[in-house]
Ligand binder design. Structure first.
Ligand code: NDP
Length: 484
């Protein structure tokens, strides 16, 4: 018998995807660089489905039906190239290598091009949902050629999470690195989503003295509102946890320095290249960096910057109106994060030549992934027919924002007055306000740029580019005539 798909790299993600495939009726060939992981998987879960054990890549290749499908789940970066280099001489034309790890999309573009020249298919697949999702149904974002999707699509759709309407959270995104790009933006939104929840928690704790256990109940209740999402759900669980060693709230024994593996950083780096204004997402990445990069500075500043605002005026009792204001501010900021992510996708699609269907992408995030949320069904609707110029301008969201804005402003004013940092709440509001402002100080920046660098400016009342002879007689000249 031959296997329909092979998996190489059997750490948590690879092992769970292999099990998911086998549970769905596929014969799965297993391979890992060192065979301990293969044996451990077979021993613990070999009875779950039809597996073929292989020890070398040659054996893996020989065990597969043609055209071969090999899912590579090794450590992102160099190891993916190493495995590809070892596989290529063993493969035949039209075989398909699938990279389901967290690869950076420029690497995926490069690998796809290299392999296409060799007559092979390379499919970069974004997979979200962590270990649990990999086993029970992740959200899957495949790139690569449309032709290769004909072969791998049905399998991926089968193992993907299913949305409420039964449709799989997996669909072809677009060519080469598009799948990994979309997964990267997903992670950027995830960073912002987590940070705004953190800011809401901090405000309720610092302004209204609401203890973690009580907040757990609040988040549980919020999870029955339009905020309903996986991240709100797990926040309630984390806040309810009590440290077994000290009896303190679990959150109070965790060092307040956030880690990151790098996908959020990639999102921001890529946004800078694209000129995509994902301000909230960027602030959320920087908030993690600020928490952890210079603990000596934080320690000294706690003693050195002593305006003492929180201590003197911050304490108020839990007020239901304040809590509702925080909930609304959180929701508004969350909407902005998603709007920025969608905007970045739309800019990237044009830049990289990907025909990204934003409604489809939103639909894939409805289940299985970390940012799964009820909101995504509405985002999907908003992009269904004609894409709005910005997600917030879709009629449903436009109206919603109007309802949320007063609470949002009240909460941020309070935070600023009390000295509580709310970087994503406040930068999201600034983004919203900048979008709606009739005149931005960008006009002054254009004037300054023309002054020091003859960078020229456009007029509100005429076509063309202009320049003022700043160091001469202050005459305005047409840039073309003046050759600037
Ligand atoms: P790791 O990223 O920890 O990688 C370990 C696996 O890579 C092992 O099977 C290891 O083999 C193999 N490996 C490492 N270097 C090489 C090499 N040079 N040649 C061959 N094999 C090598 O595994 P995870 O399961 O945590 O993650 C796999 C991928 O999935 C990564 O890209 C990761 O970023 C991504 N990921 C995605 C998540 C998600 O939610 N989507 C969550 C976690 C990870 P050996 O046993 O021989 O050392």
């Amino acid at each position: 018998r031959k296997a329909q798909i092979g998996v190489t790299g059997l750490a948590v993600m690879g092992a769970n995807l292999a099990r998911n495939l086998a549970r769905n009726g596929y014969t799965v060939a297993l391979h890992n660089r060192s065979s301990e992981k293969t044996d451990a998987l077979l021993e613990a879960h070999g009875s779950e489905g039809d597996f073929i054990r292989t020890e070398t890549l040659q054996e893996l290749v020989d065990s597969l039906e043609s055209p071969r499908r090999i899912l590579v789940m090794v450590k992102a970066g160099g190891p993916v190239d190493a495995v590809i280099d070892q596989l290529v001489p063993l493969l035949d034309k039209d075989d398909i290598i699938i990279d389901g790890g967290n690869s950076h999309f420029p690497d995926t573009i490069r690998r796809e091009k290299d392999l296409a020249e060799k007559g092979l298919h390379f499919v970069g697949v974004g997979v979200s949902g962590g270990e649990e999702g990999a086993l029970n149904g992740p959200s899957i974002m495949p790139g690569g050629s449309a032709k290769s999707y004909e072969s791998v699509g049905p399998m991926l759709e089968k193992i993907a999470a299913k949305a409420e309407d039964g449709s799989p959270c997996c669909a072809w995104i677009s060519t080469d690195g598009a799948g990994h790009f979309v997964k990267m933006v997903h992670n950027g939104i995830e960073y912002a989503d987590m940070q705004v929840i953190g800011e809401a928690y901090d405000l309720m704790r610092s302004v209204a003295n609401i203890e973690p256990a009580e907040q757990a109940e609040i988040f549980k209740q919020w999870n029955t509102t339009e905020l309903s999402s996986y991240l709100i759900e797990i926040t309630a669980e984390v806040l309810a946890q009590v440290d077994s060693k000290t009896g303190k709230p679990f959150i109070d024994v965790i060092v307040d320095q956030a880690g990151q593996k790098g996908t959020g950083r990639w999102t921001v780096q890529s946004a800078l290249d694209l000129g995509a204004p994902i301000t909230g997402i960027a602030e959320s990445v920087f908030a993690r960096a600020l928490s952890s990069s210079n603990s000596a500075a934080r320690e000294q500043a706690q003693k050195g910057f002593t305006d003492g605002l929180i201590a003197t005026t911050g304490v108020a009792t839990a007020d239901p109106e304040f809590v509702e204001d925080v909930r609304r501010a959180l929701f508004a900021s969350k909407l902005v994060s998603y709007a920025q992510g969608m905007d970045m996708l739309s800019i990237a699609g044009k830049e990289y030549g990907w025909d990204l269907k934003l409604d489809t992408i939103a639909s894939l995030w409805r289940e299985g992934c970390i940012i799964r949320a009820e909101l995504l069904a509405e985002i999907m609707e908003a992009y269904k027919d004609e894409a709005p110029a910005n997600m917030l301008l879709a009629p449903a969201f436009n109206k919603l924002m109007e309802e949320l804005v007063p609470s949002w402003r009240r909460v941020i004013s309070k935070a600023v007055a009390l000295g509580i940092p709310v970087p994503v709440f406040s930068s999201s509001l600034a983004y919203y306000d900048a979008l709606r402002r009739d005149r931005l100080p960008a006009a002054l920046i254009q004037g300054q740029r023309d002054y020091f660098g003859a960078h020229t400016y456009k007029r509100v009342d005429a076509e063309g580019d202009y320049h003022v002879m700043w160091s001469d007689d202050l005459r305005e000249v047409n840039a073309e005539d003046a050759h600037v």
